[in-house]
Ligand binder design. Structure first.
Ligand code: NAD
Length: 422
């Protein structure tokens, strides 16, 4: 397949070499005449293991060429891949001027007599909504009603790391293909035919958001590891040993556990121990701004869940909260986010009932009793049993934990699941 790559930096040049090594014909376009000249002479414009040899092989086999102008290069191409830079703008947002420019250049260079649409795949990191709000309008402005006949826009984030870019290109952690319909794109299927990786076909925005989610997560991990390291240094604890213990736990620590957007954290341990670590780090001067932000983040989330639970309802509506403890199957109410939620729903004027088969108000004792009654003095009056929960025509059932699974509710019941955000 003939592939035209726009932007011959770390991402684009590596892709050009890798695609040529698979037998594809690759034309690289870059505004930098210096980069283009260097590629033509067989000198890689970036330092990256393996690419010089691949470039020289590609030039020898006449599979790689480079140019500063699009000219007619797109005419027999099946796929254009956009790898131009998206550096930080002064306000922190991505500077999208190179993306806009290259999109205009491609739209202007497309032959209106094309028999099949050109797949135009964006690999640069761009904010969610960029394809729909910036890039598609540029193509529509130029190509009008012929847009869908002439181009298929794709968003395909890149996951390679500099220093191991070639190896990462052929063995990515995943492949994400964002299209208008969320369906596969033929040219991208062909492009990735030799790559084995979990593959996701999604809409543009989900695909565009991927890199933000991944890169910020990596930054969170590094910042967290270093905060823990600073506390270790301050307290004379062996950070390497702490790390060995931490990473050995692939069940709870390094796993998909606790990563699904949904319920806030709560219960008798997490908030208490986070608060205590904040105290310890403040006391020893380690400074842990990330850890210090966790409880505030959780409070913000609890408030948003309250708004989400009540969305579209009016004060006075009768609603059922299915699950009061922080998880199903326990009567531990200490710092349960669902107790906060119940309090907020009552405060907002809803007629609230609560179903939780593990909770019997008269059996609550000790700290559990104190917390439940101080936060929710009406708890005894609003707890209902299974029969009542199933027979009442609620305006909405709020599923705050897996307790809802114990109920047989009418098929048309409005059930809002807070454990898994849609
Ligand atoms: N570098 C990485 O490890 C990496 C990994 C994943 C994703 N990304 C993302 O990929 C994108 C590219 O990153 P990079 O590091 O390769 O950037 P880079 O700055 O190394 O390369 C970008 C290239 O685009 C060229 N360019 C600018 N406007 C052009 C135009 N109109 N036509 C043709 N070429 C043009 C520039 O001259 C430059 O050579 C960025 O959005 C980045 O966030 C980078």
């Amino acid at each position: 397949m003939h592939v035209v790559i726009f932007g011959l930096g770390y991402v684009g040049f590596t892709a050009a070499c890798c695609l040529a090594s698979e037998g594809h014909k690759v034309t690289g376009i870059d505004v930098s005449s210096k980069k283009v000249a260097s590629i033509r002479e067989g000198r890689a414009p970036i330092i990256e293991p393996g690419v010089t040899e691949m470039l020289q092989e590609g030039l020898k086999n006449r599979l790689i060429s480079a140019d500063t102008e699009i000219g007619s290069h797109l005419d027999d191409a099946e796929l254009a891949i956009i790898c131009v830079g998206t550096p930080s703008g002064p306000d922190g947002s991505h500077n999208m001027s190179y993306i806009a420019e290259v999109s205009q250049q491609i739209a202007a260079a497309i032959d209106s007599d094309r028999k099949t649409p050109l797949a135009v795949a964006y690999r640069s990191t761009i904010r969610p909504g960029s394809i729909e709000e910036l890039i598609a309008p540029i193509f529509r402005a130029r190509l009008g009603e012929d847009t869908d006949r002439l181009v298929e826009l794709v968003y395909n984030p890149e996951f390679l790391r500099e220093g191991s870019a070639v190896a990462d290109y052929f063995a990515p952690p995943k492949i994400v293909i964002g299209t208008k319909t969320g369906q596969p794109n033929a040219a991208m299927e062909k492009l990735n035919a030799n790559i084995e990786a979990p593959t996701f076909h999604v809409g543009y925005r989900e695909a565009e958001f991927t890199k933000f989610v991944d890169n910020t997560w990596h930054a969170v991990k590094v910042a967290y590891a270093n905060e823990i390291g600073r506390v270790c240094l301050a307290l004379g604890i062996q950070a390497t040993q702490v790390h060995e213990i931490f990473k050995s736990d692939t069940k709870l620590n390094l796993s998909a556990y606790y990563t699904r957007p949904g319920g806030a954290f709560g219960g008798s341990c997490l908030p208490k121990d986070v608060r205590a670590l904040q105290y310890i780090s403040g006391d020893c001067g380690a400074g842990t701004p990330l850890v210090d932000s966790l409880l505030r983040s959780n409070e913000a989330h609890k408030h948003r869940l309250f708004e989400y639970a009540a969305e579209g309802l009016a004060p006075g509506d009768k609603i059922l909260l299915a699950g009061l403890a922080f998880k199903a199957g326990t009567d531990d109410l200490r710092e349960s986010p669902n107790v906060d939620l119940a309090r907020k729903l009552l405060g907002a004027g809803f007629e609230l009932e609560i179903f939780d088969p593990s909770i019997e108000a008269e059996h609550l004792t000790g700290a559990n009793l104190g917390y439940a009654f101080s936060q929710l003095p009406s708890i005894e009056a609003i707890l209902v049993d299974k029969a009542q929960a199933e027979a009442t025509p609620y305006a909405r059932v709020i599923a705050s934990n897996a307790t809802v699974e114990a109920l047989e509710l009418p098929a048309d019941m409005d059930i809002r699941d807070l454990g898994t955000l849609p």
